[in-house]
Design a protein around this ligand. Structure first.
Ligand code: 13P
Length: 282
């Protein structure tokens, strides 16, 4: 595990005990990582930095991401707990690469496989990860995409999945979608509560962007302790940068351009941490 990082399992157990949820923010580059680390430290909130396979490739590989996060924690004297998580790892090999490089947790996403195959592959990842104290998340059902709801998780399937895989936390599909929501989409919190009671593992909500403030406040009461956020930060950053460029047509310094979205990202991180109740919990 990365020297300066904490186990996801520990962060989620603390959240469960403390009655709050921890945000997992997707990172894309050095600057975003710094903005999110600083905003979380300012608000004294525990933090999960998560990286998709695509973002790992974009940034230059697993080792680079681990070293970058470790070095930023050290250089910026970040003293809140930070976990580094692989988001939607699609194969055993990708999860293994993340674990070997020092990620503190991985998600194995076998959601497009039949349940028994999803169970078998998740178990392989769990067996390997647990040898190195790495936490594993997996998905049952299918989180929707592009405003289309995916196949919802069956409560009984979730129970079987957790018993047979030994996974540490579970992302059941609850009618949630990645990206923005239209007004018809509602998260099935009743199903979350049943799954949480039956499995007794912390639940994860994917597609946290666009979830209403009222729903955010209800997540913890229904067993959800990790909330994934990607699109929301992309949107506030892009809006701020667009406005900056529109009113500063002669700027070409990339540092000024990327930085023009810094405050927007920081404000959104603090707003979400507030809704999840994780402020002042680190
Ligand atoms: P959003 O882009 O909807 O916030 O979803 C993020 C996510 O679930 C990453 O796994």
């Amino acid at each position: 595990m990365g020297d300066n990082m904490e186990s996801l399992k520990m962060l989620l157990n603390n959240a469960k005990t403390g009655g709050y949820a921890v945000a997992a923010y997707n990172i894309n580059n050095l600057e975003w990582t710094r903005f999110i680390l600083e905003a979380s430290m300012d608000s004294r909130a525990p933090l999960i930095l998560e990286v998709s396979e695509g973002a790992v490739k974009y940034m230059g590989g697993f080792k680079l991401v681990v070293d970058m996060v470790n070095d930023l924690i050290e250089e910026l004297a970040i003293d809140i707990p930070v976990a580094l998580h692989l988001d939607h790892g699609r194969s055993f090999l990708v999860c293994k690469k993340a674990i070997d490089a020092g990620f503190t947790s991985v998600m194995f996403d076998g959601s497009d496989l039949p349940l028994s195959q999803n169970i078998a592959l998740t178990k392989e990842v769990v067996d390997y990860a647990h040898l190195q104290n790495v936490t594993v998340e997996a998905e049952v059902g299918q989180v929707g995409e592009n405003n289309k709801i995916g196949k919802r998780a069956e409560v009984g399937d979730c129970d079987r999945f957790v018993r047979e895989t030994g996974v540490d936390c579970l992302a059941p599909a609850l009618g949630n979608v990645h990206g923005l929501y239209n007004s018809n989409i509602q998260i099935d919190l009743k199903a979350a509560r049943e799954i949480s009671k039956l499995t007794n593992v912390p639940l994860v909500l994917h597609g946290g962007s666009g979830v209403s403030d009222e729903e955010f406040l209800e997540l913890v009461n229904n067993g959800i302790y990790k909330v994934n956020i990607n699109t929301a930060l992309q949107m506030v950053w892009a809006k701020a940068v667009r406005e900056y460029l529109d009113s500063n047509a002669d700027v070409y310094d990339p540092r000024k351009i990327i930085k023009s979205g810094e405050q927007a990202i920081k404000n959104e991180v603090i707003r979400i941490n507030n809704l999840l109740g994780s402020i002042n919990k680190a």
